[in-house]
Design a protein around this ligand. Structure first.
Ligand SMILES: Nc1ncnc2c1ncn2[C@@H]1O[C@H](COP(=O)(O)OP(=O)(O)OP(=O)(O)O)[C@@H](O)[C@H]1O
Ligand SMILES: [Mg+2]
Length: 389
């Protein structure tokens, strides 16, 4: 028991001071320090906390000390952990069941008690106490480690989320910057290049109107005029494709109607275009742009891959989200895996655009059964257009 550490502390609770003295001497011989408990209050206070290792109680002096002990153990259920060595007269043993039941490690010694019995009981109690201490220390250590690890994980998690948020913000910024740039180039094309070409066409017409030209010159002039007209048309188309002014000026429904009509004329495939729920007000610019670009790329794909007889484009605002569905009756495809391999960017780009505004892209396709692209974007309260915002 002597390993250089403080000696184990034993509370001694006896009816008679002489018994307490005797007990302390025997405990001292075992290397223990003793604290003799004077009365009920002191016992309560000592059981409530402190470095006690074992309690030795002598119940043979009648029921007084026993009652005090019971009350103290009831007030401090955690002291049930404290090993108890109970000395009693054999005749009183049946009365001690209550005390014994409140202790997790109690040894009852009925008098007369031999030195060996006493020693064995005290040593067993102290071993139990040391074991409990070790378990508690290990538990605390474990809890500490778990807490440390949890904190480290939480920190790593927070950093990861912050990075994801930063990347999403950056991607959004890039998408916005790209649209702004397209808008600027589209305007420049329309307002500057377009005007110059219109001026050129007028000048050519003025030359033609100025008087009869020699036949070869008149022919060349007619060629120039055709080229100028064609250039004007192409510049206009390019500007619209870059950023249709209708999308900014008139809104998604008008811009998509225009896109569908022009695509249909170019591709020679009829488009059934429907819009629902958009009359209540404009969608956020970002959402309009995303849905417009999705429809644009989906129609390009139909022209490139589908060999469709007809296409339907439905755009709607309903139940807190805005949805675009582009469906064709073409050749369909095996399940389409979206990744950057193979350099196919259309659907991957679509999905990225949609997810940047918190939405989801679904592709339904089957060989011989056509393809449907469904883009759904959630709307904030004020953007739902159902009078609730
Ligand atoms: N409407 C469709 N009908 C049939 N197959 C389709 C349709 N849309 C897409 N696909 C298939 O999905 C593939 C991926 O489409 P995606 O738009 O990502 O790439 P792409 O059109 O081939 O090339 P990119 O768009 O990069 O110029 C296509 O190559 C095609 O096989
Ligand atoms: Mg494509």
């Amino acid at each position: 028991m002597d390993d250089g550490a403080a000696p184990p502390l034993v509370l001694v609770h006896c009816g008679w001071p002489a018994d307490a003295e005797l007990a302390c001497r025997a405990l001292g011989a075992l290397g223990c320090a003793c604290r003799v408990v004077g009365g009920a209050d002191e016992l309560q206070a000592l059981l409530g906390g402190g470095p006690t290792d074992l309690m030795l109680a002598d119940a043979s002096a009648g029921l007084g000390p026993l009652g005090t002990l019971l009350a103290a153990l009831d007030a401090h259920p955690e002291a049930g952990d404290l090993p108890l060595v109970l000395l009693a007269d054999a005749a009183d043993a049946p009365l001690l069941a209550g005390v014994l039941a409140r202790s997790l490690h109690a040894t009852l010694l009925t008098k007369p008690v031999t030195q060996a019995q006493f020693e064995a009981a005290v040593r067993a109690g102290l071993r139990y106490r040391a074991g409990r201490r070790e378990v508690r220390r290990l538990l605390a250590e474990l809890e500490g480690r778990v807490a440390e690890r949890t904190a480290a994980l939480a920190e790593a998690n927070a950093a990861l989320w912050a990075e994801i948020a930063a990347r999403a913000a950056l991607s959004r910024q890039l998408a916005t910057a790209q649209e702004d740039e397209r808008r600027r180039i589209a305007r420049d094309l329309h307002d500057q290049t377009g005007q110059l070409l219109a001026g050129l066409a007028l000048a050519v017409r003025a030359v033609a109107d100025a008087g009869p030209l020699p036949a070869p010159a008149a022919e060349r002039l007619a060629d120039v005029r055709r080229v100028a007209d064609e250039l004007g048309r192409q510049v206009h188309e390019l500007a619209v494709r870059l950023r249709p002014t209708a999308l900014d000026d008139l809104g998604l429904e008008a811009a998509l109607g225009q896109l569908a009509a022009e695509w249909s004329a170019r591709a020679g495939v009829p488009v059934d275009f429907q819009a629902a729920g958009l009359e209540a007000g404009r969608l956020p610019t970002e959402v309009e742009t995303v849905l417009y670009r999705v429809v644009q790329e989906a129609l390009t794909n139909v022209a490139k891959h589908a060999r469709a007889q007809s296409v339907s484009v439905v755009i709607s605002r309903h139940g807190g989200s805005a949805t675009a569905v582009i469906e064709d009756d073409g050749v369909g495809s095996d399940p389409i895996v979206l990744d950057h391999r193979g350099g196919r960017l259309g659907l991957v780009g679509m999905r990225e655009r949609v997810s940047l505004v918190g939405g989801q892209l679904d592709i339904e396709t089957e060989l011989g059964r056509g393809t449907a692209i469904i883009a759904r974007v959630p709307l904030a309260e004020g953007e739902r257009g159902d009078g609730r915002g």
